[in-house]
Design a protein around this ligand. Structure first.
Ligand code: CO
Length: 191
């Protein structure tokens, strides 16, 4: 399983609902966590691992040793939003980029866990931000869509670099290699 980077068209498709968790999906989950940890992220949506399913894995600590903090959200939905918060946000599919995004401060969420148990609760802080970011991924929405013209100008060389790397990978049709990072020791806040 490989991380899917911008501008791969798989990031632009709306993912299919899981409905019933099957063996294939259960097998994919550890791979998703591995991809997320390798990229030092705290959350990953199915399409970012090439999986066309409405599933999110997360570990808000970003620490692979803290297994008890691992969460899997199946067919997650945001039922309501409240408040507003402007914060910096990154995305594993845009390595090295960070933009200020307005998100709801709190969200009411509904999802199922891997055992099929439905959960409905409120999320706030980092988790609320994560949900909004990852559910955007499930709908084919990227940080790029939330960026102002000034943001796009600021990050244009990085975006062009990612586009060039994608073209060169698809030309050679070899397994994806991780694009170069702007910095290798950022905090694990990217999702
Ligand atoms: Co992302």
């Amino acid at each position: 399983m490989q991380l899917v980077y911008y501008p791969d068209p798989r990031l632009r498709e709306a993912a299919r609902p899981v409905k019933k968790v099957d063996a294939a999906l259960l097998e994919a989950v550890p791979g998703m966590f591995e991809v997320m940890y390798r990229a030092r992220g705290i959350g990953l949506a199915g399409p970012q691992a090439g999986l066309d399913r409405r599933i999110i894995v997360a570990n808000l600590t970003g620490d692979p040793a803290q297994k008890e903090a691992e969460r899997v959200f199946v067919d997650p939905e945001i039922l309501s939003r409240s408040g507003e918060k402007r914060e910096e946000e990154g995305c594993l599919s845009f390595p090295g980029m960070s933009v200020t995004i307005v998100r709801a401060e709190k969200v009411e969420i509904r999802y199922r866990d891997l055992e099929g148990k439905e959960v409905r609760r409120e999320a706030e802080g980092l988790e609320a931000k994560l949900f909004q970011h990852e559910i955007d991924h499930l709908d084919g929405i990227l940080l790029l869509d939330k960026m102002t013209p000034a943001d796009k100008k600021q990050w244009s060389s990085l975006l062009k670099e990612l586009e060039a790397q994608y073209r060169s990978r698809t030309r050679r049709s070899r397994p994806a290699r991780a694009p170069k990072r702007a910095s290798s020791d950022e905090k694990p806040v990217r999702t």
